[in-house]
Design a protein around this ligand. Structure first.
Ligand code: MN
Ligand code: MN
Length: 290
């Protein structure tokens, strides 16, 4: 099964990446090694590996020349995705470089995920999953992030169809056998909402049409990433900084590319995340479990 193969690679790479996260290590070193590992295991990245720290919940992706290093007290989310022929596995975990008191918020999202995964059987309603996630996180004394959610995955489509709420959103849509979902509870000490931060350097294709400028860059994107998110560093590697920046700017202006912002907890709360990919079955199949 291709989903399961991708899941194995994603899981192995996540554990590998986790061991690289240490005070003083540059973030880019971890994401680069993670990318190399995925390639060595014969997978492809389904999106650029992300390292979001403290109050940043998602979409932080260090650039090639960035010198940011992990600091003592950082709460670090590592989120990575792998695909094989478009079959996606998406998983994430949180590493604590700070005080032991942060272990509780890590446990909150992890336990919420564990609880939620047991529910991925045909017939379960979406809001039952959200309710279970919310109850676990609130039970630990934290808030779930309500405007972030898990998502269905389909071939070459990372955020396809249905969303998996992190709270009881009253959605009574029922799960069907063999649907594939990435489930990702976020717990926070803040009030539980993210807002857009700075631009992330992560882009995704929204449409393909003829363009006058940036044609070569567009072709490279279509050939290599199709509709999956990518980082500007991959374009810079191929075309150099000047041509890549110009092409990306043109394609963004033409609304052919969407430029994702970083997602920051709006009250600056600390954020933890845990994520697995699961196939809906009477006995749910977690593809990203080692
Ligand atoms: Mn993810
Ligand atoms: Mn995801």
């Amino acid at each position: 099964m291709t989903y399961e193969k991708a899941g194995k690679i994603a899981a192995e790479t996540l554990q590998y990446g986790k061991r690289l996260i240490k005070v003083g290590t540059p973030l880019i070193e971890v994401t680069s090694k993670v990318e190399e590992k995925i390639a060595a295991l014969k997978g492809k990245t389904a999106f650029p590996p992300q390292i979001s720290i403290n109050n940043i919940a998602a979409h932080y992706c260090p650039d090639k020349n960035e010198d940011t290093v992990f600091k003592e007290s950082d709460l670090v989310k590592l989120d990575l995705g792998v695909h094989i022929d478009g079959h996606i596995a998406d998983n994430a975990l949180t590493v604590n470089l700070g005080d032991d008191k942060n272990l509780e918020i890590i446990k909150a999202s992890k336990d919420a995920l564990k609880e939620a995964l047991t529910l991925f059987k045909p017939g379960t309603k979406m809001n039952e999953i959200g309710k279970a996630i919310e109850e676990v996180i609130v039970g630990y004394g934290f808030n779930p992030i309500k405007n972030l959610s898990g998502h269905e995955v389909k071939p070459y489509d990372l955020h396809a169809g249905l969303t998996v709420p992190n709270f009881d959103n009253k959605d009574e849509t029922k799960l069907k056998e063999n649907q594939v979902f990435a489930v990702e509870p976020f717990a926070t000490t803040g009030d539980g909402y993210v807002k857009d931060g700075k631009k992330s350097g992560i882009y995704g294709l929204t449409q393909v049409r003829n363009v006058r400028s940036g044609r070569e860059v567009l072709k490279f994107i279509v050939d290599n990433f199709r509709t999956l998110p990518f980082h500007r560093k991959y374009i810079v590697e191929k075309f150099g900084d000047f041509k890549a920046s110009f092409g990306l700017r043109m394609l963004e202006k033409e609304e052919i590319l969407h430029h994702y912002p970083q997602l920051v907890e709006r009250s600056n709360g600390l954020v933890s995340q845990a994520e697995h990919t699961v196939i809906v079955k009477d006995k749910p199949k977690i593809t990203t479990k080692i």
